[in-house]
Design a protein around this ligand. Sequence first.
Ligand SMILES: NC(=O)c1ccc[n+]([C@@H]2O[C@H](COP(=O)([O-])OP(=O)(O)OC[C@H]3O[C@@H](n4cnc5c(N)ncnc54)[C@H](OP(=O)(O)O)[C@@H]3O)[C@@H](O)[C@H]2O)c1
Length: 310
Amino acid sequence: MWAEISPPGGVICPPASNVSARRREWENHEMSSLPTIAVTGSTGGLGRLVAANLAEANIQQRLLVRNPAKAPEFPGSVVLPFSYLDRAASTEALDGVDVLFMVSGSESVDRVDQHRAFIDSAKTAGVGHIVYTSFFGASPTSTFTLGRDHDATERYIESTGIPHTFLRDNLYIDFMDALVGEDGVIRGPAADGRVAAVAREDIARVASTVIQDPGSHRDATYLLTGSEALTLDEVAKILSAHRPTPVTFHNETLDEAYASRARYGAPDWQNDAWVSTYTSIAAGEMAELSDDVKRITGRTPITLDQFLSQ
Ligand SMILES: NC(=O)c1ccc[n+]([C@@H]2O[C@H](COP(=O)([O-])OP(=O)(O)OC[C@H]3O[C@@H](n4cnc5c(N)ncnc54)[C@H](OP(=O)(O)O)[C@@H]3O)[C@@H](O)[C@H]2O)c1
């Protein structure tokens, strides 16, 4: 069970941000003194790494977060409450922003609507460039069903005319270990397809490079992969070397895949997303290797074995 996905019962978008809390935040900041780089998702895995990379490069940033209590602290960073659906808070928080790093929101049935609302706010606020974390092979016909959401979001950003950079991330290496069930088995209809999984730390280095020089990456689409494309059998062997007990891969049929996930009681779109994570691998849609990480960051992307050894 897995997709690009929070587990059942995971993060759910809370109601629109509290207006008085927002006002209090804003009263402490002169508009003109706010940093002109905005980062979303810094309370999550990828956005936090992007924000940390920018801070390391002495870049001041606005951290747009749903829950300020969870926001990381960096020198010169300013925390602003918002959520993708909260047009007023988003437009205020984005006023004067030159470069916006936009992570895709948590999976939900209305994620594309949330993205569109936020992109509308960016347009209204006059944002100069959007760096969006998309998904590998995003297209209206992606086997991985959520790849279609990413395609819809990319097309919507394009329709606004805002200069942009799309980072099409392969599956995260960071989550390969989470594919393993309690019984030590990775289950899914991936057959002998290959996945060119990439570490969030490599994606974050690409993002922070692009954010610091957006003009050089204007309207570009990058394919972010690791340096090897592995079958899930090979993934299982590598994971086994880092665990006390061996991991194996079971190539489920489609029927088995839906049946083994039924106990989570998830809605159909979620089950389709989970299962199609594997069928997209079987279809060869996650296998292509790209040198974009190396070209942009100058560093060879880390392997699963290196990630697990860290
Ligand atoms: N390529 C892959 O394999 C893969 C795997 C997992 C996820 N993803 C996608 O990549 C994104 C980033 O990955 P991650 O590992 O950093 O995920 P993560 O740890 O779940 O973090 C997601 C971040 O986005 C914020 N967020 C979610 N929905 C939002 C909304 N409606 N409005 C404002 N902020 C919102 C979350 O805020 P809160 O802290 O308030 O929840 C959190 O900061 C995910 O959101 C997901 O779309 C891709």
